[in-house]
Design a protein around this ligand. Sequence first.
Ligand SMILES: C[S@@+](CC[C@H](N)C(=O)[O-])C[C@H]1O[C@@H](n2cnc3c(N)ncnc32)[C@H](O)[C@@H]1O
Length: 145
Amino acid sequence: MEIFTTDGSKDGRDATKKSGICNIIPGVQIDDYLFEPCGYSMNGLLPEGKYITIHITPEPGYSYVSFESNVPQESYNELINRVLDTFRPGKFLMTIFANKASIARESHKGIEDKRTINNYNRQDHQTCVFKEYHLTYSYFTRPVI
Ligand SMILES: C[S@@+](CC[C@H](N)C(=O)[O-])C[C@H]1O[C@@H](n2cnc3c(N)ncnc32)[C@H](O)[C@@H]1O
């Protein structure tokens, strides 16, 4: 989390490179910002209105990373692995939205079957079926060693 402070990085671009955020979704056009004395925000654009956005609160005791994207994936396994490798959080939750036309429509099933992801164990899982789309929510934690 030192990377996301002005002691650890000289600006947003430096923090983006050092953290590996630039590798999460290749080819994304990034606008990044490092707050004084700490905190980081980025917005990344891809063609056809696709985006990722990451906000990082590195303060000890209430550190928090949010990652949001509308990039559809047939499987989210690789993207999840890249995000977990980059941030190594103690816990994470994810929500996937997809309608019938989305290539992500089958990814709900893939997530539903996952009781563990790497060293993380699933603590909660909810699926909601709305008129136009499905929503899948899962919450994972890793054991404290
Ligand atoms: C990256 S911002 C984003 C907060 C946003 N609510 C989110 O989605 O998580 C939060 C971090 O930036 C730091 N920060 C420093 N100056 C700030 C400012 N003027 N406005 C917002 N956050 C600031 C906070 O201390 C915190 O570490």
